[in-house]
Design a protein around this ligand. Structure first.
Ligand code: UDP
Ligand code: MG
Length: 140
């Protein structure tokens, strides 16, 4: 399998509870390298642009408010099959369905406040990385 990069976000529910280090340890223990990382506070408009694929969904407005409610940590993870591997480490969207040991099983508070975002395919990973990082910030 090829080396890939994927966009990860540690969401406000997790940064508020000081879980950045514990979540990063899960990535590193799974063999993912954090090759870029920064803590930012999104505006609601910036969150809305990032999640525009969900604009018609009933949870969209609440999701945008949540993502702008406190700082997030945006990061690029690199590794063999990083996109799927990160989705495995994250666990299912709804923590009630997440496998034991996954980030969402251990830390998520609800289906909305579920601690992490991860890209779902190569095309979205490339777009999402470019939304937050310039090429100069990606230091493999
Ligand atoms: N979400 C929500 N309610 C739902 C489904 C999703 O609030 O019923 C939120 C949740 O924060 C989720 C995000 O919208 O992580 C994006 O949804 P998606 O289906 O892409 O899930 P993910 O890829 O994050 O697992
Ligand atoms: Mg998604």
């Amino acid at each position: 399998m090829a080396t890939e990069r994927t966009l990860s976000i540690i969401k406000p529910d997790a940064t508020k509870r000081n879980l950045t280090g514990k979540i990063n340890a899960k990535f590193e223990d799974a063999g993912l390298r954090i090759v870029a990382q920064k803590r930012i506070h999104l505006t609601k408009a910036q969150a809305g642009e990032f999640y525009k694929v969900h604009a018609e969904r009933p949870f969209y407005d609440e999701l945008c408010d949540f993502m702008a409610s406190a700082p997030v940590v945006v990061q690029v993870l690199e590794g063999e099959g990083a996109i799927a591997k990160n989705r495995e480490v994250m666990g299912a969207t709804n923590p009630a369905d997440a496998n034991p040991g996954t980030i969402r099983a251990e830390f998520a508070e609800s289906v909305g406040e579920n601690s992490v975002h991860g890209s779902d395919a190569p095309e979205t990973a490339a777009e999402e990385i470019a939304y937050y990082f310039s090429g100069l910030e990606l230091v493999g």
